[in-house]
Design a protein around this ligand. Structure first.
Ligand code: KIV
Ligand code: NA
Length: 275
């Protein structure tokens, strides 16, 4: 493959060609997305998408490191960012640094992502000053689902001011890019115009500098819910179910395995030792 993208190259794409981003949690999927994406996020969505958790709150640092290592092995070109899970960075800049350094060293990530705006600016500044590049994430921040009381659109009406302040704070604190999740188009456009770093949208309109989706969502593999912002580019879940049903039928009908799957097919003879 082509040579690995660097963080300054990603940051310099602001206002130029759109940044293509997807999540990945495993080596085979990382290999599939690598040639086509600029940035691959090992999202804490892994808890819901691969582990059946009801929210991202139960995701641990160990899970992020395990999946980060798996994804790292599948990438050659795309920049890898790993999510910091709930509880691993909010307490203090020192706690965030300790855990983020583990993620960087153990997974080989180029950067980490954490959720939050103004209240995390000090932490973002602390990390970026010490060699840990940070991607911000404002708007709907799923780790705050209990505060929001659900996964609602953020930044409508008067609330727009808060999201703009968050995006600005994250930028001024030194983040190299910021995810805007589930906010109205006009707000996404305003933020994208006002901040100096690339905005990566998910449910945040084409006005952003790039887009990201959860790969299992866009492949039709994760069927639990279908938010408006997810476009399904494939129906792999349906295809997989049909394949599994066909296998089950063929086993029950003794149609599988067929002759071509069998070693020395036929009545044959067997030499067994004397008892
Ligand atoms: O965890 C995740 O997958 C994310 C993105 C979708 C932005 O944070
Ligand atoms: Na996430």
């Amino acid at each position: 493959g082509s040579k690995a993208l660097t963080l300054p190259e990603i940051a310099a794409r602001k206002g130029k060609t759109p940044l293509v981003c997807l999540t990945a949690y495993t080596t085979p999927v990382a290999k599939l997305v690598d040639d086509h994406c600029d940035l691959v996020l090992v999202g804490d969505s892994v808890g819901m998408v691969l582990h059946g958790m009801p929210s991202t709150l139960g995701v641990t640092l160990e899970m992020m490191i395990l999946h980060g290592k798996a994804v790292r092995r599948g990438l050659q070109r795309a920049l890898m960012v790993v999510d910091m899970p709930f509880g691993s960075y909010e307490e203090s800049p020192a706690q965030a640094f300790r855990n983020a350094a583990r993620v960087m060293v153990e997974t080989g990530a180029a950067a980490i992502k954490l959720e939050g705006g103004e209240h995390l600016a000090e932490t973002i500044r602390f990390l970026t000053a010490r060699g840990i590049p940070v991607m911000g994430h404002v708007g709907l921040t799923p780790q705050a689902v209990n505060t929001f009381g659900g996964y609602h659109v953020q930044g409508r009406g008067e609330d727009a001011e808060r999201i703009l302040r968050d995006a600005t704070a994250v930028t001024e604190a030194g983040a190299f890019a910021v995810v805007l999740e589930k906010i109205p188009e006009a707000l996404a456009r305003l933020i994208t115009e006002q901040v100096a770093i690339p905005t990566i949208g998910i449910g945040a309109s084409p006005a952003c500098d790039g887009q990201i989706l959860v790969v299992d969502d866009m492949l039709g593999l994760f069927g639990e819910f279908r938010p408006r912002f997810v476009k399904r580019y494939a129906e792999l879940g349906k295809d997989a179910e049909a394949a599994i049903a066909a296998y089950a039928n063929e086993v029950r009908e003794r149609a599988f395995p067929g002759a071509e799957h069998v070693f020395d097919h036929g009545p044959g003879t067997v030499s067994v030792g004397e008892a």
